[in-house]
Design a protein around this ligand. Sequence first.
Ligand SMILES: NC(=O)c1ccc[n+]([C@@H]2O[C@H](COP(=O)([O-])OP(=O)(O)OC[C@H]3O[C@@H](n4cnc5c(N)ncnc54)[C@H](OP(=O)(O)O)[C@@H]3O)[C@@H](O)[C@H]2O)c1
Length: 368
Amino acid sequence: MTATTIQEQPLVRVDMMAAPLNPADVMCIHGRYPSPFGSSSREAFAASLRASPLFSSSSSGRTVAGSEGWGRIVEIVGGASASSDANYSLDLKEGDCVVPGVPGMGTMRSSLWLPANNVVPLSRGSELLDKGDPTAVAPLFQTAGTALRMLEDFVDLQRGDIVVQNAGNSAVGLMASQLVSSNGVKTVSLVRRGDRSTSQYDELVEYLTVTGKNVAVFAEEDLTNDSASFRSCLEHVREMGQAPPRLALNAVGGVSSSLLLNMLGDSGTMVTYGGMSQQPIQVKTTQFIFRDKRLVGYWHSRWMAQQSSIEERVAMMDRLVSLVLDASLQCPPVKSFHLSEFQAALEFEANQSNQAIRRKVVFDCREH
Ligand SMILES: NC(=O)c1ccc[n+]([C@@H]2O[C@H](COP(=O)([O-])OP(=O)(O)OC[C@H]3O[C@@H](n4cnc5c(N)ncnc54)[C@H](OP(=O)(O)O)[C@@H]3O)[C@@H](O)[C@H]2O)c1
């Protein structure tokens, strides 16, 4: 991505409708999150945008948080019809619903300019809008995209297979368990009991079973503190599928990832996509040598920025939107805040772990 490329492209102004607050955004604010382009090309990209005459009058020079969200094109400069890729014409037009396709461009604002090849148009966006509140579906684009890619790009899952995951109540986890269930694949989730009361925990399990379509949910604490419970969980899981789990999704690390690895069958793959515990993954040598287990990582920002074509991004977003429109996929419940309420939003987010069911914080970016 060079400065010349950006300057030569049409630019689109997107009025943002909604932008979720994800763990990565909080890490970005703390300066602990990398750029999918590498720091030098990201800097070059940002500098090139700032150099555009369009920005000199409107940019405050501040960095804006946010990677996920959706909005509508309100202006196109540099061509009535914006082709967003040399080989692929998207025919963008004003009024189109789009997803900013470049991670980290700052979605938590009312309006932003983007090069045309950095937006992903949603062909059924207006139908999604007709469903009502645009904040309700804002976690669909990156969050469900992450889940989908991890389920489809590492293991060829077959009907009857089992996927195990931790953070089963996270937004990504909730999307993952729903997405595989439609193909006859079963999900077993680990969650933290944490500070939840018994009734809150029961409510969570019910939610993850009914809405999340998990076949079983276990509290990590029960399995970690009692080896008999872990053995019985293992037996239970292995009886459920035609074979031991072939795929594990790890968002936590530490002890939680060891539980997942022990649940995974021989030659199974654990995809790590988050490190919520901030603890390293510990793997016994035997898991590699005698059990042939595979450890890989997944970063959706890299897939969006470098590893996918515009056609693949458009197809994936359209597929996710269709799943929501035909009610096969539910987004996690959201709690919306106006952009000016960022302090309250961060406080709400910091206190989610003692709630029965998490709600994704989403900024309503529309100017009211
Ligand atoms: N690699 C990628 O491309 C990619 C893309 C999207 C997300 N992610 C990562 O995926 C993870 C989940 O994201 P999300 O948006 O789905 O999350 P979310 O909806 O905000 O939920 C956070 C999850 O993390 C758990 N958690 C929080 N603090 C924890 C701790 N100290 N130890 C263990 N678990 C903890 C929460 O459990 P409680 O409810 O018990 O607090 C909850 O299950 C994050 O690490 C995020 O950075 C990665």
